[in-house]
Design a protein around this ligand. Structure first.
Ligand code: NAD
Length: 266
């Protein structure tokens, strides 16, 4: 039987809030492959959930961090250095936009909301990548999570679409700069999944059910399907030649053009 072996590999996972988090599905796969992880969580209230979720994992390390605070990011990487010595992978699965940005017309976005959304959802990847490169002594893999609204208009997604476009471009620029060190950087563009972050987007349920009826596979994806691709991208053996890429895990939705009557096609 073929198995992906990440035993002896160390990484940081940003963005587990609960069992539904995409970061959790990724961490679950990485744990099964034998990797050891530091989990960075936002705020004290998430610590209990993290402790429960990671019990039974290989010597997990839990560190609180708000990614808008440089000192807290420094602390995460200091702990990683002390506990793990070096890093092989980082998972960035973080986004936030103020609620009004989803409710108001896009053209009404305030300067403050623009800055905050970009800071948490796009700049954080660069801030993390810069710190990660110093601990990736033998190459590594950095993964971020994006969405189709980076490339196409998804009504209501608004400011987060702009941030995802910046995030995808940032991943490419990082991939270029870190490539000579053997560090790969890729974005996974996931289809709609019911998570805390998704619930804050008005009309998400309708969008998700429409996506499932027109996607090539005529269904939505599941968290573990994103986890599977992340595992492949982190494994040098499987994903070693892939960098600077945005890969869709969306049941083929992104490649559809004009949709006439999906129920009668194919
Ligand atoms: P989630 O709510 O489980 O995860 C979002 C995470 O971001 C949480 O853990 C939250 O604590 C963290 N976060 C927000 N602001 C932060 C800050 N200032 N500092 C540190 N952490 C912060 O939801 P999710 O759907 O798993 O989202 C993970 C990623 O996947 C996001 O980038 C999201 O845009 C992306 N994504 C989600 C979907 C979907 O449909 N759920 C689709 C495509 C992409």
């Amino acid at each position: 039987m073929y198995t992906v072996d990440l035993s002896g590999r160390n990484g940081i996972v940003f963005g587990v809030a609960n069992r539904r988090s995409i970061a959790w599905a990724i961490a679950d796969k990485l744990n099964q492959a034998g990797a050891r992880m530091l989990f960075s969580y936002q705020g004290e209230r998430l610590l209990g959930t993290l402790e429960t979720l990671t019990s039974g994992f290989i010597d997990p390390v839990l560190v609180e961090c708000d990614v808008t605070e440089d000192s807290q990011l420094d602390h995460v990487f200091d702990v990683a250095r002390q506990e793990m010595g070096s890093l092989d992978f980082v998972v960035h699965s973080i986004a936030f936009a103020p609620k009004e940005t989803f409710l108001e017309p896009f053209s009404n976005v305030s300067r403050e909301d623009w800055k905050q959304t970009m800071d948490v959802s796009a700049y954080s990847l660069v801030a993390i990548g810069r710190r990660a490169r110093e601990l990736m002594n033998e190459g590594g893999s950095i993964i971020t999570l994006t969405f189709l609204a980076a490339q196409r208009v998804v009504p209501g997604y608004n400011m987060m679409g702009i941030a995802k476009a910046a995030l995808e471009a940032s991943a490419r620029f990082l991939a270029f700069e870190l490539g000579p060190r053997g560090i790969r950087v890729n974005a996974i563009s996931a289809g709609p999944l019911r998570t805390v972050a998704a619930r804050s987007i008005p009309g998400f349920g309708t969008t998700a059910s429409r996506a499932s009826s027109v996607a090539m596979l005529r269904r939505n994806i599941q968290q573990q399907e994103v986890g599977g691709l992340a595992l492949a991208l982190i494994s040098d053996e499987l994903g070693g030649g892939i960098t600077g890429e945005t890969i869709y895990v969306d049941a083929g939705y992104h490649a559809m053009g004009m949709i006439l009557n999906p129920d009668e096609e194919g």
